[in-house]
Design a protein around this ligand. Structure first.
Ligand SMILES: Cc1cc2nc3c(=O)[nH]c(=O)nc-3n(C[C@H](O)[C@H](O)[C@H](O)COP(=O)(O)O)c2cc1C
Length: 203
């Protein structure tokens, strides 16, 4: 896990350069499961061909994919149904690091969807329920009233039918490291039939 306070470019243990599996390296850089999920920029291809980008929470990483979760009525879901490919970017500017990746996107399994929903905070579980166009159109006081009423009326929540999630199957992952005393540098991993290929690039 990256910790702030180590300084730009200072948090770069030499043994990291020996890791040939980008998923293992990603796990080293990401916060542990007990910490709040990190934010990532998620790019999709709009139905008009223009790229679209927004931030979402990175819910989890398994052996091949990075997961995020969203509302099935959102634009990103419509975009992914037309063009099931996405790119992500995460940055830790205070320590001088960035990860960018892209790949094919698949809907997460029902088990994964339930598990991830159960790990969300109460606030985010409520948000998945109380987050529709009708409520958004109300004034702030009304929106809060709807929210509080829903909260009061419900104990433990299960995911709404609109809760969905996607696995971005990692095709390419690039790690950027800053160095205050030298040039920045990138390690790029590409998936092939035989595993990962690695390449070192200028920053
Ligand atoms: C800090 C932060 C976290 C967010 N996390 C999520 C998320 O995990 N899932 C999600 O669908 N939207 C999340 N959003 C909202 C999205 O950025 C976006 O506004 C929304 O999903 C609608 O996107 P779309 O119309 O492009 O589909 C988050 C926004 C912020 C600022």
């Amino acid at each position: 896990m990256i910790t702030s306070g180590t300084g730009f470019g200072a948090d770069c243990p030499v043994e990291e350069y020996l890791i040939s599996d980008p998923v293992a390296l990603l796990h080293r850089w990401l916060p542990d499961d007990e910490s709040p999920p990190p934010l990532m920029a998620l790019a999709t291809v709009g139905r008009d061909g223009y790229p679209r980008v927004r931030h979402v929470l990175l819910s989890e990483v398994d052996a091949t994919a990075v997961y995020f979760h969203t509302d099935s009525r959102s634009s990103k879901v419509a975009e992914l149904s037309g063009h099931p490919r996405a790119a992500i970017a995460l940055a830790w500017p205070e320590v001088g690091r960035q990860v960018v990746a892209h790949g094919e996107v698949q809907r997460a399994s029902d088990d994964e969807l339930r598990r991830t929903y159960s790990r969300r905070s109460r606030y985010l579980q409520l948000l998945a329920w109380v987050n529709d166009a009708e409520t958004a159109a109300l004034d702030a006081a009304e929106r809060r009233r709807v929210w509080a009423e829903f909260d009061r009326a419900h104990g433990e929540l299960s995911p709404p039918s609109t809760w969905t999630g996607f696995a971005i199957e990692l095709h390419e992952v690039t790690f950027w490291r800053g160095d205050p005393e030298g040039p920045s540098q990138r390690s790029r991993f590409r998936r092939t039939h035989d595993g990962w290929t690695a390449q070192v690039l200028p920053g």
